[in-house]
Design a protein around this ligand. Structure first.
Ligand code: TYM
Length: 386
């Protein structure tokens, strides 16, 4: 079952229906844009209260987008690009502020403490946070509408709302949602509150402009993320009314799979060969896909020609489904593979070329992100609302 459908069933999120897609499409048309391929191909197919954001927007009322990253490796991987690409698309579409939280604290609390290892030091996570921020900037956010912050240096911004949330969240709730145990550090146990409060506009009162006749409390929030982050925001939605705030809306993506095909792509995977980092060279990408991408092809060319490949388990077929924005070409590739006409090596070559093209564009931008650009995005300023 598609992971998004699992969450729709298990946690009661909603499906992104064709009528929602049509509403987004109409807004896109008015900006000479198109519906994003990730919405067309169902990579994002689950949401919570997305209609409320669309209503709000159509009524000319303000909202902002909030998302984040936990710096566990010095470079993002292909899976991480998914919510950030969607966030940039939504910023272009709605012309709204984007707030990006970098949880260096979270990754430090979660790292195993081994004496002498860099991962035992907060400095390590603070440093890779900076590299991650530069990666995120390279996705092309509008600097007048975007603020990126890392928690360890910016807690003053969040603290007033943390105090209010701390007062009403009890240990039981944290244990129920995150499975915290008594032996967890109190940093780890209480971390969720830090990820929760950026969902409330009140947190950003010093960087959101005052809007005539509009109360900050009524500025809504939309959160794009993959489904693994939903627990934080279920808790957020539970407590929001008690604080007098709107519940944030969410738009969830499914997971971009690891090259081995056994789980989601993850930077903390034991084997780095299962992951494509976005700073990898065309040669590295080629090697990883050729050697490690799980194939649905047959053992010999003769068998493959005779029986055909299995796209259901083939990782390249999965990647192409989400990355190839050309439905007829995708269908032709799929049927060619299924019939045995297209060989695994040929399918891998198509996938390598597409991924390398995406990474090339991103890496070009990344090279232009210098210290000044970094400051532009990470210095507090009044954000443009429209
Ligand atoms: P992190 O760093 O684990 O992931 C960053 C974002 O990428 C998504 N993601 C994926 N999406 C598709 N396929 C994958 N294989 C994949 N792996 C990760 C995550 O869902 C996330 O959206 N605690 C968070 C940081 C955070 C945050 C937020 C995320 C703070 N505030 C608000 C989303 C929204 C974390 O460690 O993300």
């Amino acid at each position: 079952m598609n992971t998004n459908y699992k969450i729709i069933k298990e946690f009661g999120s909603q499906e992104i229906t064709s009528s929602i897609l049509e509403r987004i499409s109409n807004i896109a048309q008015s900006r000479s844009m198109e519906l994003h391929p990730f919405l067309k191909n169902g990579l994002f197919s689950s949401h919570r209260d997305l209609e409320k954001i669309l209503d709000h927007y159509e009524d000319g009322k303000p909202f902002y987008i909030y998302t984040g990253r936990g710096p566990s490796s010095s470079s993002l991987h292909l899976g991480h690009l998914v919510p950030f690409i969607m966030t940039k698309y939504l910023q272009d579409l709605f012309q709204v502020p984007v707030i990006i939280q970098i949880t260096d604290d979270e990754k430090y609390y979660n790292a195993e403490q081994v004496k002498g290892q860099p991962k035992s030091k907060l400095d390590h996570f603070q440093e890779i946070a900076k590299e991650n921020i530069k990666d995120i900037i390279s996705i092309g956010f509008d600097s007048t509408r975007t603020y990126i912050f890392q928690n360890s240096w910016n807690i003053d911004l969040l603290y007033p709302e943390i105090i209010k949330a701390n007062k009403i969240i009890n240990l039981n709730q944290l244990q129920n949602v995150f499975g915290s145990t008594e032996s967890d550090s109190i940093g780890k146990i209480s971390f969720p509150v830090i990820q929760i409060v950026p969902s409330f506009a009140q947190t950003f009162q010093s960087i959101f402009p005052s809007i005539p006749d509009f109360n900050l409390k009524d500025v809504r929030c939309l959160i794009p993320c993959a489904i693994d982050q939903d627990p934080y925001f279920r808790l957020t939605r539970d407590i929001a009314p008690r604080l007098g705030y709107h519940k944030p809306s969410l738009i969830h993506s499914g997971f971009f799979a690891s090259l081995f095909g056994d789980s989601k792509m993850s930077s903390s995977a034991k084997d780095p060969n299962s992951v494509i980092f976005i700073n990898e060279t065309p040669k590295q990408v080629q090697k990883k896909i050729n050697k490690y991408a799980f194939s649905g092809g047959r053992d010999t060319i003769e068998e493959h020609r005779l029986y055909g490949g299995n796209p259901e388990v083939d990782i390249c077929c999965q990647y192409l489904k989400y990355l190839l924005d050309d439905q007829p070409r995708y269908e032709t590739i799929l049927s060619g593979y299924r019939s045995g006409y297209l060989l695994s090596g040929e399918l891998k070559k198509i996938t390598i070329d597409i991924i390398n093209q995406i990474l090339k564009e991103y890496q070009e931008l990344r090279r232009s992100v210098d210290e000044e650009t970094y400051q532009e995005y990470t210095t507090r300023k009044i954000l443009k609302f429209n």
